[in-house]
Write a protein that binds this ligand. Structure first.
Ligand code: THU
Length: 159
């Protein structure tokens, strides 16, 4: 028997320690929470994806009375990239959330399904995606690449 341990690491930043372009991406993700449709959870999530040509595509969670029919902010943004940004490389995704119930002062992390989708887009280009996660206020958690931090031992179709 061999025991194998995995090492994960991430970086924690004060927002003003980040580059201008990453601060801008985080601001766009918070803006995107304004168009979230979240009457059931009251949890408003926004995502902003930066492509290699500098363009930014946003998404937000869209809920539905038939609960599983809704979609998370991250997949909403990423599938839109798939729809309009053919051939582009995803450099970074920022994920923010807020709720009217209290001030969210910690990062939120993408759900399992969104991680799987992010990973597949990362694998398509082979370039690690930078993931920036922040609540409404507070520190920013930064992960470099999906597989190394957000989704180790990921499912891969073996052909
Ligand atoms: N949600 C996201 O948009 N992204 C995540 O990574 C986790 C959860 C949404 C789904 C639902 O509309 C609400 O947050 C509460 O779960």
């Amino acid at each position: 028997m061999h025991k194998i341990e995995l090492n994960l690491s991430y970086e924690l930043y004060e927002p003003d320690e980040l580059s201008f372009e990453n601060q801008e991406l985080l601001a766009k993700a918070l803006d995107a929470t304004q168009n979230a449709y979240a009457p059931y959870s009251n949890f408003f999530v926004g995502a902003a994806v930066r492509l290699n040509d500098g363009s930014i595509i946003v998404g937000n969670n869209q809920e539905n009375a038939a609960y599983p029919s809704g979609i998370c902010a991250e997949r909403n943004a990423l599938f839109h990239v798939g729809a309009v940004g053919k051939g582009s490389i995803i450099e970074a995704i920022a994920i923010r959330a807020r709720t009217p119930s209290f001030i969210l002062n910690q990062p939120i992390f993408p759900c399992g399904a969104c991680r799987q989708v992010m990973l597949e887009y990362e694998q398509l280009t082979g370039k690690p995606i930078l993931v920036l996660m922040q609540g409404e206020i507070g520190k920013v958690m930064l992960a470099r690449g999906i597989e190394n931090f957000l989704l180790p031992l990921v499912f891969k179709l073996i052909k």
